[in-house]
Design a protein around this ligand. Structure first.
Ligand SMILES: Cc1ncc(COP(=O)(O)O)c(C=O)c1O
Length: 297
């Protein structure tokens, strides 16, 4: 192991990052057959760890993948991986693949699911600058997968739907893309949930629009209610996006990000709005709060 190299948990072992491997016969690699979580640790507190673990097991249940570890042990293994790397601020990627099988699809050929935990220092994904300046989006021509298909309600290794939308955004020279559901209603961004504000009322698409039930999203809903804002989970049309006073995104990696343009329409005044800013401020307060997570040390 070269000095300073981070350790990755792979099926019970802590392996230096440059040597951490999965088999080319792992169905996670061959078919995107597996589930994952992206989690953050702020100042020694893993934000909403139990909720992330619950979601991981629900995603796994939905694809009939038995995670070969009890939830409590999974929580402890995540904490131990952070401790082994001596980190206080980290991004954690927890992956459970179907495991090694043959070249056919049949998951019964996979003897045991693999568990992988990667932790690394928390780089500011979009940076403070973006928080202040906001991001530009397009509405993608790629539709979110149907809720009766490879729905993003489950956080699986199948992200091609989001990747195609992201490619479209890159080609259009903007930061990210919004996907509509199969009915034409707003679903979410490639890897973040979406909120709009109109006349001081906050709205966000429901799970029936094929969204990932985001953990940041539920914290923001809770914070907005606490402050006293009216908040609704309801279907949102593209027209409502273009004419909103404010739009913002939420996600573990991105946190809260103001949106200032969508498909060349300026949102509100083209700068982050007051309700978005207030929620960013409130989120910053709770993200390090031990009562919102699990302490590592
Ligand atoms: C498709 C998708 N939607 C929404 C989110 C935001 O969810 P969370 O706040 O739980 O990170 C993510 C996060 O990775 C995502 O991949």
């Amino acid at each position: 192991m070269s000095r300073g190299e981070f350790l990755v948990y792979v099926d019970g072992e802590y392996i230096p990052r440059s040597q951490a491997r999965v088999s080319v016969f792992d169905h996670g690699f061959l078919y995107g057959d597996g589930v994952f979580e992206g989690i953050r640790c702020y100042d020694g507190v893993v934000f909403k760890l139990v909720e992330h673990i619950d979601r991981l097991y629900e995603s796994a249940k939905s694809i009939m993948l038995d995670v070969p570890m009890k939830k409590e042990e999974m929580v402890n293994t995540v904490l131990e991986t952070i401790r082994k790397n001596g980190l206080r601020d980290a991004y954690i990627r927890l992956i459970v693949t179907r495991g090694v099988g043959d070249l056919g699809l049949d998951p019964r050929k996979c003897s045991k699911p693999s568990i992988i935990i990667i932790v690394q220092p928390m780089e500011p994904l979009l940076g403070r600058e973006v928080r202040e300046k906001g991001v530009k989006l397009i509405i993608s021509s790629v539709r979110r997968d149907r809720v009766d298909a490879t729905s993003h309600q489950a956080k699986t290794l199948n992200y091609l739907n989001s990747i195609l939308a992201k490619i479209e955004a890159i080609n259009a020279g903007v930061d990210d893309a919004i996907l509509l559901d199969d009915r034409g209603f707003v679903s979410e961004a490639s890897a973040a949930n979406l909120f709009i504000v109109k006349n001081s009322v906050i709205s966000t698409p429901p799970q029936t629009a094929g969204i990932l039930p985001g953990i940041t999203r539920s914290v923001v809903i809770e914070l907005a209610k606490k402050i006293g804002y009216r908040i609704e989970e309801r279907d949102i049309t593209p027209y409502e996006l273009y004419t909103a006073d404010e739009v913002f995104l939420t996600g573990t990696a991105a946190e809260l990000v103001p949106v200032i343009e969508i498909s060349k329409r300026k949102i509100g005044d083209g700068v982050p709005g007051p309700i978005t800013k207030k929620l960013i401020e409130e989120f910053d307060k709770v993200k390090r709060d031990p009562s919102y997570g699990v302490k590592v040390y």
